[in-house]
Design a protein around this ligand. Structure first.
Ligand code: TYM
Length: 349
């Protein structure tokens, strides 16, 4: 039988494997960020080169109080390190310290089409009915995200489900750039969306994504929550009155139940099937306390370590600065080559 025709993707081409991902430091990190992104960032360390970024330039696409943004960027950096990102094995930095992101972002603003941007569901959700009042930066957001990724020629981008469309747009931008300038310069990056918790839902409403911008603090677990708060939020989480089923299909029309089982599976590094094998036929009076205990065991040490790290902000700034230097060394030659391809004079070397 003939082999299926496969589109060559980044990991099969001349580009060496490299991971890039980012998180906005606008508000604290949530369990959604942790399970959908951060925990997986940690798992990818050592498998290939890993570059992780606190995207402060993305954060200001909506208003941020300057001192609070600085504080939250440090707190997010502490969260990364407390969760297991090792600045000696991964590059960890904040986006605005590497100017190549914004410079390549401009070039991509000239490659991406207005129509592509207006189809982004996150733009539609965030701009809402009043798009006229949204910042231009919010509209161009995915183009800067493409620059974040492609300024490192990153081949793999671990993200939660909600960022899939943006990574696909990154591929479209890379393909159009390569096509327009007749080069094979930018890789077609793969989104890596894996595991039981690629879309963690609100603890109050299983049809809404868990988010740092939800007005109800009860809807989410923050990485800064202490053990009692974590346990109490899970105990109060909305559920239904039925028993847990013995197959994942049995969770299909039960969004709250499915969300809690997914969270359990991701925290315990189990599959949903394995969790159900242990809890089928049990009710939430049994499952919720077990989940609360598991979450406290996994998350409380992270919040304690974050607090310890936050006591020395100068050390956090030093780590981010050192990371930015390493990131800059990779990004500059790629940016320089891009400028050359696009016809800019480069005489000051
Ligand atoms: P942000 O800051 O909204 O979220 C950071 C990461 O966390 C994931 N995530 C979730 N995963 C599962 N369930 C949830 N409820 C949940 N909430 C958030 C997101 O999918 C994401 O992976 N645009 C990006 C930041 C960004 C970026 C990049 C990411 C900028 N440049 C380059 C990757 C590569 C964002 O706003 O993520």
């Amino acid at each position: 039988m003939a082999d299926a025709i496969q589109t060559p993707h980044a990991s099969q081409t001349k580009f060496s494997p490299r991971v890039f991902s980012g998180i906005q430091p606008s508000g604290g990190l949530t369990l959604g960020n942790y399970l959908g992104a951060l925990k997986r960032f940690v798992a990818m360390q050592g498998q290939m080169e890993t570059i992780y970024c606190l995207v402060d330039l993305h954060a200001i696409t909506v208003w941020q109080e300057p001192e609070r943004l600085r504080q939250q960027t440090r707190e997010a950096a502490a969260g990364f390190i407390a969760a297991g990102i090792d600045p000696a094995r991964s590059i960890l930095f904040n986006q605005s310290q590497v100017s190549a992101h914004a410079e390549l972002g401009w070039i991509f603003n000239c490659v991406a089409r207005m129509g592509w941007m207006s189809r982004m569901t996150q733009w539609k959700d965030k701009a809402g009915k009043n798009a006229e009042a949204a910042s231009l930066g919010l509209f161009a957001y995915p183009s800067l995200m493409a620059a974040d990724i492609l300024v490192y020629h990153a081949t793999h981008v671990p993200v939660g489900e909600d960022q899939k469309q943006h990574v696909e747009l990154t591929r479209d931008i890379a393909a159009k750039f390569n096509h327009d300038y007749k080069v094979d310069f930018f890789p077609l990056t793969e989104p890596v969306i894996e595991g039981a918790a690629t879309r963690v839902m609100s603890l109050r409403d299983g049809t809404k994504k868990m988010s740092k911008s939800d007005p109800s603090d009860q809807s989410r677990i923050n990485l800064t929550d202490d053990a009692d708060t974590i346990a109490s939020k899970f105990r109060k989480a909305r559920t239904d009155a039925e028993l847990l089923p013995d197959t994942p299909e049995g969770l299909k029309d039960r969004p709250e139940a499915r969300n809690l089982v997914n969270i359990y599976a991701a925290l315990a590094d189990l599959t949903v099937e394995e969790v159900l094998a242990d809890y089928a036929g049990r009710g939430f009076a049994v499952f919720k306390p077990a989940l609360a205990d598991l979450a406290v065991a996994k998350l409380a040490p992270i919040s304690t370590e974050m607090q310890r790290l936050m006591a020395d902000p100068a050390e956090i700034d030093r780590i981010l600065g050192a990371g930015a230097e390493k990131a800059d060394a990779i990004a500059q030659p790629i940016l320089a080559k891009t400028l050359e391809i696009t016809g800019m004079i480069r005489s000051r070397r």
